[in-house]
Design a protein around this ligand. Structure first.
Ligand code: UTP
Length: 296
């Protein structure tokens, strides 16, 4: 059973400057909820309640978010405003949170390796919170991946089709399709130019990794941009055994970019925020209707 989910959150978030100068990118709100909270909710929904975060300098607000805020909570207790904290309270009450710091930002592979002491020797999930994944009305992306892991017991990366001109933003895979939505990976290229890309199937920020990945990352030399890439370690894992790529159900927004962030905000406002307001509005009415029915 997978119980742990690692959130590498030490990156500088340079694409979102100046907002990210003194604030973690993962705390950017999509409507009224920070990106990191969406990610932890997705993990919790998938049954992963041991949350491990790799943070860095200037990221302490991540820890504070998953803690009690005594003064504020006392101030709003017994008012309607308490409702707004229900979601985060549910996570705080049901998950454990542990943190470690990445001292030098040497890439995603290095950030994952930094999380090793928090994970130990077991399979775990990885969520990049700036990739917001939503599947309203259906299973979340991590839930889908955990189900797949329980069947195949190997590392799994989430993929989506991207326009050919965008391959240079992603790790891109090639492999044999073993189901419409599952590929057995045999090649992976980090940020290829369109002409060098082995396909248009791009890895997004959801992974399930078996713990042998840590030794493989340790043996990985820095690649593009001097960073230790997780794709290089995954490629070794694919050659030695098996790595699956899974075309998930749902939508993914690249909230590390302004365009993706705006799209996510519009989507969440229409599909989550307004629906919740409507539910709250209807609640007192339903209570009255229920009372009237029971009296009748
Ligand atoms: P990104 O490639 O989006 O980098 O990292 P970034 O620094 O966050 O953002 P930009 O490109 O400068 O705007 C993908 C994920 O990996 C984490 C980031 O926090 C993000 O969740 N990461 C990246 C680390 O934790 N450490 C690193 O050294 C690099």
């Amino acid at each position: 059973m997978i119980k742990k989910c690692l959130f590498p959150a030490a990156g500088y978030g340079t694409r979102f400057l100046p907002a990210t100068k003194s604030m973690p990118k993962e705390m950017l709100p999509v409507v009224n909820t920070p990106l990191i909270q969406y990610g932890v909710e997705e993990a919790f929904e998938a049954g992963l309640n041991q949350i491990a975060m790799v943070t860095g300098r200037g990221k302490r607000s991540l820890e504070d978010h998953f803690d009690i805020s005594y003064e504020l909570e006392r101030e709003i207790s017994n008012t309607d405003k308490e409702n707004a904290l229900k979601g985060i309270r549910r996570l705080i009450d049901n998950c454990t949170f542990s943190y470690t710091r990445q001292i030098e930002m040497k890439g995603l592979g290095h950030a994952i390796l930094t999380g090793r002491p928090l994970i130990g020797d077991e399979a775990f999930a990885v969520v990049l919170a700036d990739d917001l994944c939503l599947n309203p009305g259906g299973d979340g992306v991590l839930t889908q991946m955990v189900k797949l892991y329980n069947q195949f017991r190997c590392s799994i990366v989430a993929i989506q089709e991207v326009p050919p001109e965008e391959t240079s933003k992603y790790g891109v895979i090639a492999g044999e399709a073993i189901r419409d939505d599952i590929f057995r990976v045999d090649r992976m290229v980090e940020k290829p130019k369109p002409e060098d890309a082995p396909s248009n199937l791009a890895i997004i920020g959801r992974y399930i990794l078996t713990p042998d990945i840590f030794d493989l990352i340790e043996q990985t030399e820095p690649g593009k941009g001097g960073e230790i890439q997780i794709t290089d370690a995954l490629m070794k894992q694919a050659q030695a055994g098996c790595v699956l790529a899974y075309k998930f159900q749902g939508q993914r927004f690249d909230c590390g970019s302004a365009e993706g962030y705006i799209e996510a905000t519009n989507f969440c406002y229409e599909n989550i925020y307004k629906a919740e307001l409507e539910r709250q509005r209807r609640k007192p009415l339903e209570a009255v209707e229920l009372k009237e029915t029971s009296v009748a």
